[in-house]
Design a protein around this ligand. Sequence first.
Ligand code: ZN
Length: 395
Amino acid sequence: MGNDESSPVDESVAPRTLPGRTVEALAEHIKSGQVKKICVMTGAGISTSAGIPDFRSPDTGLYANLARLNLPYAEAVFDINFFRRSPEPFYELAHELYPGKFRPTITHSFIRLLNDKGLLLKHFTQNIDCLDREAGVPDDKIVEAHGSFARQSCIDCSMPYPEEYIKLHIEEKTIPRCELCKGLVKPEIVFFGEQLPASFFQNRMLPYESDLVIVMGTSLTVQPFASLPGMVREETPRLLINKERVGGFGSQADDVLLIGDCDEGVRKLAKACGWLKELEALWAKTAPRDAPTDAEAEKEAPPKDKDEVLEDEIDKLTKEVDETLNLSKWHEEKVRGGSSSAPKSVASSQHEDEKGNLNHVFVSNEASKKEGAASTTPVVAEKDQTAKSEGGKKD
Ligand SMILES: [Zn+2]
């Protein structure tokens, strides 16, 4: 299925929209100002250079690591029925995959660049790694077709679960439970046997409105995602950047193929558009910041005299009292009947220090508040029969 059997368009057929079927011709078209609404569709291939294992594929070492957890079969880790009985393996895996450990690729930054230029209509992704968010693509431009780590909720009552809590649970490999009904909490990653998020179905017709489609790093084998690039008008140019020809690409008059690595591909396109410097600069900003945290800076500061120490102590106490007041207020509202499942040290800065920058792990802080419970809305008529049934394949 991954390999394409559709025949490429005959060379003698002239493109309808583009001046030619090359990257340069596409760039010329983009620069002419006729492109204003780009739909980007991506899969695991845009994140492999970030070091993220293709966790859906049983061939990766990731599943070998899980073997010691006595999984009945590799993909059980993403099976909702298995999760209900035995959530530990998933949390073991989440510990490995949790955002913050990986740097976005230049391909993610390219999507951000499209958005900065006002050209991005929507980014549809099959990835759950949130690297587009970390690269600065805003929440309202992202459709995570298979969910992601950006939000988490109770699998029984759907109540959203605080991000600070789940971070600690995942860090400590403990199992979070719902504040309300004590049900299991999980990140809103789509498991086998679960519906795709409502946002996917709400936005799936957007490609029809777009004036350019860019597909990157996906074998386009998993439905219904694989159908997206086909939802375009006939005259809409489509660009494929991928290791192989997939999804019928090359069979339409305005299809442009860049066969190869995604990062190289976006560099080529950016260069042809005259954006390469801008793109590299944008990507450079995603490099891990080595600046010392406040706590570290304090450690390195020269020794203080008695008065200064006393003053600091008072400051610290005042701050702690403030924090405690805020926290208990928050707790009163959130937690009724006391919660044994909440980690003891919500405000624990020790964890954040150990991990470096847990604070910038998720750009989605704001986002999670905004979008609410989109994926808890039941989706009628669309069954997720296909989305995960091919779990062994590339995406
Ligand atoms: Zn619940």
